[in-house]
Design a protein around this ligand. Structure first.
Ligand code: 13P
Ligand code: SF4
Length: 350
């Protein structure tokens, strides 16, 4: 557990982190990317952290991989690469820097480590978990294998190395349906997201899909009635949902896709009003790029993703905490399932 007092005391001794308007002025180009959502005084406060992180990255030969759910100060201020889970996993295989700072949740950092056992992978808060990854253990996968003999196990990347190692192939929200469709077997086990599995089952009706009963605490909060209400009050609102939402919620959407798929849909279609049925920072991160779009809807935040802050990223680079370790033998097995996914995705052109 992070000791905030020690962290703040030590950072204050080494870096000048006082709000600095001149420094913020010199970084106007960064603020312009979040002008609609980050007020200037907040940026003046964030600027010293952004400057210190960007300097330390160079000194420490580090690269920051950030998920689309990071807050705008991280997403636009310090990230070297932003993307959905599949894009981040692929990027992790390409980076040259010796250290990867994973701004996302633990399973993402673990995936980077599995793909780069020789590199240092840091996560700014080791407690950034995921309700899906917490919902299953490798024994659960073995239990399902026993129940459905011969059925391959497609495991969502939102799992720990143990479950990945116990599966045949991984998937993400951007390739799940295509991967299931490409497998030769008729019955497929999907774990641990019941809703992703149910949404895939509708897209790939020729297969029998069985699932584990896990769910995402962010996406299960949206209801079909919420979306119907928006459509009634604001006709014309584009409803864009992540496939971790229950199927009756996805039914109300104009489009469903991964976080990067959602961004692409908004960029391509530029609806007058849009409701992104996913984590709250997504709308904030793209808001300035599409000033013609008004984002509506509730702000459902992922409590795990929101554990990652500029202050903790600076601490992570400064102190080398917290390094992610994966047992090498386990990592090798998990890597097979992750690489199968990447190879099949490349083959299918995803
Ligand atoms: P994406 O792969 O769509 O970015 O999803 C990751 C995630 O955790 C969504 O909740
Ligand atoms: Fe996990 Fe849901 Fe948070 Fe994504 S949004 S990290 S699936 S809890």
């Amino acid at each position: 557990m992070l000791d905030f007092r020690t962290m703040r005391h030590e950072l204050a001794e080494v870096y000048d982190l006082a709000p600095n308007e001149d420094l913020a002025e010199s970084m106007r180009d960064i603020h312009e990317k979040m002008d609609r959502v980050v007020p200037w005084p907040d940026f003046v406060k964030a600027a010293p952290y952004i400057a210190a992180i960007n300097k330390l990255k160079v000194e420490k030969d580090a690269v920051i991989l950030a998920h689309n759910y990071m807050t705008p100060d991280i997403y636009h201020g310090v990230a070297d690469f932003m993307g959905d889970s599949l894009q981040l996993a692929i990027k992790a295989t390409e980076v040259e820097a010796q250290t990867i700072v994973q701004c996302g949740v633990h399973f993402m950092a673990e995936t980077s480590k599995i793909l780069n056992p020789q590199k240092t992978v840091l996560i700014p808060d080791i407690e950034a978990g995921c309700s899906l990854a917490d919902s299953i253990k490798a024994s659960g996968i073995e239990q399902m294998r026993a129940q459905y003999p011969g059925a391959p196990v497609v495991t969502y990347v939102n799992t720990t190395a143990e479950e990945k190692a116990a599966s045949d192939i991984c998937c993400t929200s951007s390739n799940a349906a295509a991967i299931v469709r490409a497998l030769p077997e008729d019955t497929i086990i999907m774990a641990p997201d019941q809703y992703l599995a149910q949404n895939v089952a509708r897209e790939v009706p020729e297969k029998t899909i069985v699932w584990w009963e896990g769910s995402c605490v962010v996406h299960e909060r949206f209801t079909a009635q919420d979306l119907r209400d928006y459509k009634e009050w604001n006709p014309g609102t584009a409803i864009i949902a992540h496939p971790e939402c229950p199927p009756d919620v996805v039914d109300e959407a104009d489009f469903s896709g991964s976080t990067s798929g959602i961004i692409k849909y908004v960029m391509d279609n530029k609806p007058k009003q849009a409701l992104l049925v996913t984590e709250c920072s997504m709308a904030s991160n793209i808001s300035d790029e599409v000033p013609e779009v008004d984002f509506v809807g509730p702000c459902n935040m992922c409590p795990y993703m929101k554990k990652i802050t500029l202050e903790k990223i600076l601490w992570s680079l400064h102190s080398g905490e917290t390094e992610v370790h994966v047992d090498p033998e386990l990592g090798k097995k998990a890597r097979v399932a992750v690489e199968r996914m990447i190879d099949l995705s490349n083959k299918l052109g995803i």
